[in-house]
Design a binder for this molecule. Structure first.
Ligand SMILES: [Zn+2]
Length: 118
């Protein structure tokens, strides 16, 4: 959504993590910092993933926001707005690129460390 004015906007973020990355999303997301803004122009970009995407991505809508002055941005948790211009595209493929690093090769991706996946 380009050229929108977010009348109210709640954004979420995560604190920068340091090695050895012992915390999973299960513990990071519930205590993540959130930021509330009002009357802020910017662009929202996102996608919709069906439920069958499973653990690869978030099912449903996933939106991020960046203000026109590029000083405010983050994961959209709630918003109201006006003057929306919505562009949509339908994708029929999903390319998934995995890192080729030792960190990735040894990371624990157990579901117990993923938010909402006990
Ligand atoms: Zn996000």
């Amino acid at each position: 959504m380009e050229n929108l004015t977010a009348l109210s906007l709640k954004l979420g973020s995560l604190q920068r993590q340091e090695r050895p990355y012992l915390q999973g999303l299960d513990s990071l997301l519930p205590k993540r910092p959130t930021f509330n803004h009002t009357n802020i122009p910017g662009t929202m970009v996102g996608f919709y993933s069906p439920d069958f995407i499973g653990d690869i991505n978030v099912a449903g809508f996933h939106l991020h926001f960046l203000s026109d002055d590029k000083k405010v941005g983050g994961h959209v948790m709630e918003f109201t707005g006006k003057n929306f211009k919505v562009d949509m595209d339908k994708l029929t493929s999903y390319r998934f690129v995995l890192p080729e690093t030792k960190d990735y090769d040894t990371v624990n991706l157990d579901k117990k460390y993923q938010y909402g996946k006990k």
